[in-house]
Design a protein around this ligand. Structure first.
Ligand code: ASP
Ligand code: MG
Length: 422
């Protein structure tokens, strides 16, 4: 049996018809290598942003269903154009949307998860020698409703297809040359990593590195799909391979530094100190589909028998979070303030090499202190340390941490256009 390679091209790689012609060439080259090829594409250029803008012009709060109906159209354009471009270069190609294939998702609008992918149609068309072009970012529910996977979700479509088809590899083509130690626009001496583990990549993605849709990495890890992030304009460059941590050589303590500027911090003051209160609060937020990131609960004050709970949410969920908390006030007996600060950034260092290596956290705090940066919240996982700082301090923090953990290289990275998913 032939090997299956899944390739994914983001919006910038298919931004106009000349670029689509180039993508067709890259696809054909993989086919010429003797592999079966499934290509996933995003909407052209900034199409999705444009569609979002039109929706907001018409309604401050458009319904989730209609938003998904609207946004899914972007990918419908690019798949047909790419299939035509491939055909025009003399190869057999066919495009499919999620409904035609059966990319099944849960019944949630705007950030649905894929639950299953039917492979019959894909396998049949591959066996007929066709190159298959699939619309990324979209799915369909059991009831035939169109869903989308969240902004940047085409990466996840590609990895999920690779998993379902047991593909050899999933190549994510983008306009950067791979995964960098930090955003090369912030630190021009950032270096490209040859390899990174799923675990580190996930932490980096959640920490604000905008290279990949986090769920794509989760899916790759779950199904052990090797992923490669590579440049769509420098084809000889193999980019960065993302694989299981057990398959990797030894590390520096820190593999990368990232800043997430899209979070807001909320402090719920004077929360009654009794069992079940935190449970109620966070269950309610979860029910509203709001993901909470850093959480800190202070020691209870003896006199008032209350404590403060601080946490961060994505800025996009802020309005919904405030509404939810206000609605909860009476139920939990919240009498104190709810303070919101959206002028913050989460700066994180990530590395599997920090396990069992003491001193990494203290070096981070010391470095921020030397820069006069105040730390407002700290959270850690086995391979990540995040500090919440003021937004204005974020760049300074990233630069200093990148240097202290010896991630600089002598070559200045070449970045064309926007990084994906911003
Ligand atoms: N077109 C969608 C977006 O802009 C999906 C993607 O590009 O991955 O978010
Ligand atoms: Mg993307």
């Amino acid at each position: 049996m032939k090997k299956i390679i899944v390739q994914k091209f983001g919006g910038t790689s298919v931004a106009d018809t000349d670029k689509i012609k180039n993508v067709a060439k890259t696809v054909i080259k993989e086919k010429e290598n003797g592999n079966d090829v499934v290509v996933v594409v995003s909407a052209m250029g900034h199409t999705t942003d444009y569609l979002v803008k039109m929706a907001k012009d018409l309604s401050p709060n458009p319904s989730g269903r209609e938003m998904d109906m609207l946004l899914s159209t972007g990918e419908g354009v690019s798949i047909a154009l790419l299939a035509m471009a491939i055909q025009a270069q003399g190869y057999d190609a066919v495009s499919f949307n999620a409904m035609q294939i059966g990319i099944m998702t849960e019944n949630v609008h705007s950030k649905a998860r894929i639950v299953d992918i039917k492979t019959d149609k894909l396998r049949k068309n591959l066996s007929e020698g066709k190159i298959i072009v699939v619309a990324g970012f979209q799915g369909v529910t059991e009831d035939g409703e169109i869903t989308t996977l969240g902004r940047g979700g085409s990466d996840t479509s590609a990895v999920a297809l690779a998993a379902a088809l047991n593909a050899e590899r999933c190549d994510i083509y983008t306009d950067v040359e791979g995964v960098y130690t930090t955003d090369p626009r912030v630190v021009p001496t950032a270096s490209r990593l040859d390899e990174i583990s799923y675990e580190e990549m996930l932490e980096l993605a959640h920490a604000g590195a905008n290279v990949l849709h986090p769920r794509s990495v989760e899916t790759a890890k779950q199904f052990n799909v090797p992923m490669r992030v590579r440049s769509s304009f420098k084809l000889d460059n193999l980019g960065t391979l993302i694989l299981g941590v057990n398959k990797m050589e030894i590390y520096k303590p820190v593999a990368g530094v990232a800043a997430d500027l899209s979070q807001a911090r909320i402090v719920v003051c004077d929360v009654p100190d009794k069992p079940g209160v935190a449970a109620k609060l966070f269950t309610k937020l979860a029910k509203e589909n709001i993901s909470v990131d850093m959480i800190i609960q202070s020691y209870a004050r003896k006199v008032s028998n209350t404590n403060d709970i601080a946490f961060t949410v994505d800025m996009a969920d802020l309005a919904k979070t405030e509404t939810t908390l206000n609605a909860l006030k009476e139920e939990i007996g919240l009498t104190g303030d709810i303070q919101v600060n959206n002028n913050i950034a989460k700066v994180s260092i990530v590395g599997a090499g920090m396990i069992d290596r003491p001193g990494v956290a203290s070096t981070m705090f010391e470095t921020l202190a030397q820069q006069g940066i105040n730390i407002r919240m700290i959270s850690t996982s086995e391979i990540k340390i995040s500090c919440l700082v003021d937004k204005d301090d974020a760049q300074k923090a990233v630069k200093a941490l990148h240097e202290v953990f010896e991630l600089d290289c002598d070559v200045v990275a070449e970045v064309k256009g926007d990084l994906p998913n911003v």
